[in-house]
Design a protein around this ligand. Structure first.
Ligand code: NI
Length: 194
């Protein structure tokens, strides 16, 4: 119980840290085009995915891990709801869940885990060095935190990134964002792809 509480608090703290981190980055000069990285990773549902595959369609990038006690399942559940609410428009959007715990999150583990959510959410995993390239390129914070039972959790940025078809950064949907606000942001993102 104690461990669960600590993990939950760690997740809550992370939402704050992630937001602070993002604001820090957002305050730097630039217009959001310093996002992205060259990478070659694996889709949880099979096949290879590279940065080139992201270009041409508006997309959401979310970084987390399948053992996350709260932030990731909540966000993936909400993202499934957004896709449902967008109706046919949802098919113009790509949604990616990139693991920050590739050592445990193999393609198979991610595929099983994502089975509980909208099937359009694509899991991404691969070698640690490739994941590092992506997290660095997207200004994502993450850090392994040991638990008292010898296991570990991973603190991570909790925001969902809204990316335009050209790969530039449009903004974020915050953790537990008001659902109407989230849908408005997604509609604006879809318009950017028209
Ligand atoms: Ni998480």
């Amino acid at each position: 119980m104690q461990t669960i509480r600590i993990v939950l608090w760690a997740c809550v703290a992370l939402v704050g840290a992630g937001t602070a981190w993002l604001f820090l980055d957002s305050s730097l000069p630039g217009d959001g085009n310093d996002f992205g990285a060259r990478f070659e990773l694996s889709r949880a549902d099979g096949g290879v995915i590279t940065d080139d595959d992201l270009i041409g369609r508006p997309h959401l990038m979310f970084f987390g891990f399948t053992n996350c006690p709260e932030v990731c399942p909540t966000t993936l559940f909400e993202a499934s709801g957004w896709l449902k609410q967008l109706g046919d428009d949802a098919d113009k959007l790509d949604v990616y869940f990139v693991t920050v715990d590739p050592e445990r999150d193999t393609a198979e583990v991610m595929r099983d885990y994502l089975g509980a959510f909208d099937p359009r959410i694509v899991g991404i995993t691969g070698p640690v060095e490739e994941i590092e390239k992506v997290t660095k390129g997207y200004h994502v914070y993450y850090k392994k935190v040991p638990l008292e039972d010898g296991d570990y959790t991973v603190d991570h940025t909790a925001s969902v990134y809204l990316m335009k078809p050209d790969g530039s950064f449009m903004g974020t949907i915050a953790y537990a964002e008001n659902p109407d606000t989230a849908i408005e942001k997604l509609k604006r993102l879809l318009e950017s792809g028209a």
